[in-house]
Design a protein around this ligand. Structure first.
Ligand code: HEM
Length: 205
């Protein structure tokens, strides 16, 4: 049930993107709105996968155990949802060829592009067979670095969005997303300090 719920996110992202393009057209305006929509939907599985383990380490509950059990599906759903973001990016480039689209910023190119490459590397290395063929250390490095990179990209893209992008949305719309990112980072840092393997863990050796 949990896994199916999470998997449903990919078709939902696709349907929302199609609906936005249907309503606003497949030109620049519609594509930019669809890009925003897909990024916002992909945000949910990302943030849940990001906090799953640390939340469970800090305060185990039925919810945190559900997150841990579905962490892989959440991560893969995030990656696949974001692949719709990629198709829209390619479409936007096609629309403005041979120039770089106005909506594409330095943040998108400098950290968004390597971030996307990391996301797809994480999805690929999540396959059981690929994971089994890799060293555990390399796997962990890719996934840990990739998660922090994506966190950073979300902060960058969302803070850049208000004020700079058109049509502008109110800061109020972005506050819950940015707030959730900082709370999630706080949970991770908290678990790093006070979790079972944390620096200030009360567990005795
Ligand atoms: C891991 C990689 C990426 C993440 C997490 C990400 C995330 C985001 C977020 C959060 C937004 C803003 C949503 C909003 O305003 O509500 C956004 C919009 C957008 N992104 Fe990405 N993005 C990524 C990669 C990229 C790349 C590589 C490009 C292009 C080279 C790109 C191009 C855009 C564009 C054009 C928009 C819409 C801008 C507008 O509001 O008009 N993104 N993305």
């Amino acid at each position: 049930m949990g896994k199916n719920l999470v998997r449903a996110l990919v078709p939902v992202t696709f349907m929302v993107a199609t609906w936005i393009l249907w309503e606003l057209g497949g030109g620049e305006v519609g594509t930019r709105e669809a890009l925003r929509g897909t990024a916002r939907i992909a945000f949910l599985p990302f943030i849940l996968a990001f906090v799953a383990r640390p939340l469970d380490d800090l305060r185990s509950s039925a919810f945190s155990r559900w997150l841990v059990a579905n962490r892989k599906t959440l991560g893969v759903s995030f990656g696949l949802s974001l692949s719709i973001h990629l198709w829209l990016i390619l479409w936007l480039f096609y629309l403005s060829a041979p120039s770089v689209p106005d909506a594409v910023t330095l943040t998108d190119l400098s950290i968004g592009a390597p971030g996307l490459a990391f996301v797809f590397a994480m999805v690929f290395t999540s396959m059981n067979r690929v994971r089994a063929s890799m060293s555990a250390v390399l796997w962990k490095r890719i996934h840990t670095f990739g998660q922090y990179l994506v966190w950073f990209i979300f902060v960058g893209c969302l803070t850049e969005s208000f004020g700079h992008k058109s049509p502008p949305y109110s800061a109020l719309e972005y506050t819950p997303f940015i707030g959730a990112l900082f709370i999630a980072m706080g949970i991770r840092l908290g678990a790093g300090l006070f979790g079972p393997n944390g620096r200030f863990s009360q567990k005795t050796a």
